[in-house]
Write a protein that binds this ligand. Structure first.
Ligand code: GAL
Length: 298
């Protein structure tokens, strides 16, 4: 598949999984994302729902439909007038539930909450459980991250995106414990995508220019609640300065190799926004993303 293009599913239809995340479960990859298959007005679309696609090779994606759909009831959090973005799904081995966190907002982005939905199966349907401002702080772009010890966290762009906050989730992944920390203070980062590499944690993120591409940077820390520091720009190749025209969505691994999923936003025609997947390579221990024209799967 051509990196940067809107990819097609196994039915030949455009994949609607923007701002997405990929979860591996029992040998199958599940790609969750925003279904934007409706007309764009003022650089925004009505909320349709979150889609799920599944694949074994990360190349052939079968549409599993909407796992959380818009609700056409006035005032409902999932109303088409709401903004629901960046679904991030974790599997909780203890409760055997799939936990979907997402960014819930209004069109002016002043609500700034995280929403929660839960399912017994990866392909849903997920049951909506409500929303909150983590620790009473605003939260816009965010990601949910499961650590190797089974603990999970939310990384949220906060203070109108000036500062990021990391919040610990409880054992069920459905509640915040209240433990949190300000990180990357006044660094103005969004679109966080988390991974771990050896002893270090890695965060890829974008600057705050809305749908317009800017320079991706990565940050490192030796602990989740440690001192995160922005290190450098990982992209290499044509257009690297503007992240190849894309923005980070999520990191996932296949056969031990980490990959970054990216969105190529088309602000005036959001449903046709494209995708890229690039392997994360390490040069002298530092992460790099080399542009590749094609995504060949695994
Ligand atoms: C981007 C963000 C997207 C979406 C967009 C709206 O910065 O990463 O998820 O919220 O702004 O302008």
């Amino acid at each position: 598949m051509k990196n940067g293009a809107l990819w097609l599913d196994t039915d030949g239809r455009g994949i609607q999984a923007h701002g997405g995340s990929i979860l591996q479960h029992n040998g199958i990859f599940y790609w969750y994302g925003e279904n934007k298959d409706t007309d764009t007005h003022n650089r925004s679309v009505d909320f349709v729902g979150f889609s799920c696609y599944k694949s074994r090779d990360l190349l052939h994606w079968e549409n599993c439909g909407l796992v959380l759909s818009a609700v056409n009831e006035l005032g409902h959090d999932l109303h088409p007038d709401s903004v629901c973005e960046r679904p991030s799904v974790l599997y909780n081995a203890e409760t055997q539930k799939f936990v979907l966190w997402f960014h819930l907002d209004n069109r002016r982005y002043t609500r700034a909450e995280v929403g929660l939905a839960v399912s017994n199966t990866p392909t849903g349907p997920f049951t909506y459980m409500g929303s909150q401002r983590p620790g009473s702080h605003d939260s816009r772009d965010f990601t949910a991250f499961q650590d190797r010890d089974g603990r999970a966290y939310l990384f949220c762009s906060s203070d109108w995106n000036a500062t990021m906050r990391v919040w610990e989730l409880d054992k069920t992944y459905t509640k915040l414990t209240g433990s949190g920390k300000e990180i990357l203070i006044d660094q103005a980062r969004e679109a966080p995508a988390l991974w771990h590499s050896g002893e270090k944690y890695l965060m890829f993120s974008s600057g705050c220019t809305g749908w317009s591409p800017n320079t991706m940077l990565y940050a490192e820390s030796s602990a989740i609640f440690g001192s995160w520091r922005l290190i450098d720009a990982p992209c290499r190749g044509p257009g690297a300065r503007r992240t190849f025209g894309a923005q980070s969505a999520a990191v996932f691994a296949a056969n031990g190799q980490p990959y970054l999923l990216l969105d190529h936003w088309h602000p005036d025609d959001l449903r046709n926004s494209g995708y890229t997947i690039l392997p994360i390579t390490f040069e002298n221990g530092l992460p790099a993303l080399n542009w590749q024209d094609e995504w060949m799967g695994i």
